[in-house]
Design a protein around this ligand. Structure first.
Ligand SMILES: C[S@@+](CC[C@H](N)C(=O)[O-])C[C@H]1O[C@@H](n2cnc3c(N)ncnc32)[C@H](O)[C@@H]1O
Length: 360
């Protein structure tokens, strides 16, 4: 029980980290490069934000005219609803506003809207943002925020990772275009992988940000985040340049491949083990198991995704159960996961693999 509440506290704390301006700028630039009019005439909603200091709000507000936006809306979550309390203080921006309300400031979310020139300087930018308290706490699942979602063309944010599954489902059910940060591990969630496999969603261009601000000051390093999206970009239409199987076996820069007679074949599924994306042999027409990071390079014109070799998905794909006597040699074997027998006769389980095939 103590462990459970500790991990809940950690999870809540882990939801409070804030994206840096240049990480947003780098990623969004790639969509604009592919289609300069991607946001023209559109309404963008930034939920799960803290607009007074969110870089998402700052970035989209500053670029309102350049992008040709019709409307920008961002919403924040009430400090008292946050699971992790870090000594909330309203900003001067809020306390100096005539409609500041000390109670609502803690219990209500806020909405910021930008759609016209308020200051009269002839430009629409961050200075023209207008804000109000929301009726509720700004929970993205509340009817109030669902209504804003339904009006929007794009949903863009870094959501709480502990609610990532729900957040993505919330976007998909409304059939919206989106760009969101998430943990790379989410690619194999049963709610996420089928969407990737069917090319309904894909990874972004820059593989996640490495550092995020935390509310108590300083930065948090996170090596495993990535962007998820259904906005088209150029990288996913670029084919990977690959070698033949024979050349890989001769010249691969990976010692696990170079010098072998052949690629390792799994024992419980008709596919070969390819532990590095750049070691995919382009002349092999069978199924290959590749690391999840392959998705960073995935082009739907070049590859077909067959499935995810993990747990129930692996079982559904037809991975054969391992013979129970092998458990003595490798206690980590699991049904639904791939394994092969190494040169010493020991069953080995590779890291989580995605099964793919080259499109012929
Ligand atoms: C990872 S932080 C990112 C904040 C901001 N989007 C950014 O990137 O700088 C996620 C934010 O979502 C808020 N949040 C947590 N649960 C929420 C919920 N159910 N509805 C809306 N926001 C929520 C957290 O308090 C936190 O401020």
């Amino acid at each position: 029980m103590a462990n459970e509440s500790l991990s809940k506290a950690k999870e809540a704390k882990n939801d409070e980290f804030y994206t840096q301006y240049h990480d947003i700028e780098k990623e969004v630039a790639a969509y604009l490069e592919y289609n300069p009019d991607v946001f023209r005439g559109k309404t963008v909603l930034l939920p799960c934000d803290d607009p007074e200091w969110s870089n998402f709000t700052k970035y989209f507000a500053q670029n309102f005219e350049t992008f040709g936006l019709k409307k920008l809306i961002s919403t924040s979550y009430a400090p008292e609803s946050k699971k992790y309390k870090y000594g909330y203080q309203p900003t001067l921006f809020e306390t100096e506003a005539p409609h500041f309300d000390a109670d609502k400031s803690k219990t209500h979310g806020k909405i910021f809207i930008l759609d016209h020139d308020v200051t009269g300087d002839g430009r629409i930018n961050v200075e023209d943002l207008q804000w109000q308290y929301l009726e509720g706490d700004g929970d993205f699942r509340s009817p109030e925020i669902c209504k804003l979602r339904d009006q929007a063309d794009f949903i863009i944010t870094n959501p709480p990772f502990s609610l990532f599954r729900e957040f993505l489902a919330w976007i998909i059910e409304a059939d919206k275009q989106f760009l969101t940060l998430g943990n790379m591990n989410a690619v194999s969630y049963k709610e996420v992988f089928p969407l990737i496999k069917d090319n309904k969603i894909w990874l972004g261009v820059v593989s996640g940000a490495k550092e995020y601000f935390i509310p108590t000051g300083g930065v948090k390093k996170m090596g495993n985040t990535c962007w998820f999206t259904n906005i088209d970009h150029g990288r996913r239409h670029q084919s990977l340049s690959l070698m033949t199987m024979a050349d890989n076996l001769k010249f691969s820069r990976h010692k696990e491949i170079q010098g072998r007679n052949e690629y390792i074949h799994y024992e419980n599924f008709d596919a070969i083990e390819v532990p590095f994306t750049d070691a995919i042999p382009y002349d092999f027409d069978g199924i290959m198991g590749v690391p999840k990071s392959f998705l960073d390079k995935y082009s739907p014109e070049q590859f077909e995704i067959i499935g995810c070799a993990e747990g129930d998905s692996g079982k559904e794909l037809g991975l054969k159960p391992f013979p129970r006597e092998l458990k003595k040699l490798n206690p980590s074997l699991r049904d639904g996961q791939l394994y092969y027998i190494d040169e010493d006769g020991i069953p080995q389980k590779p890291y989580a693999r995605i099964l793919i095939r080259i499109k012929q």
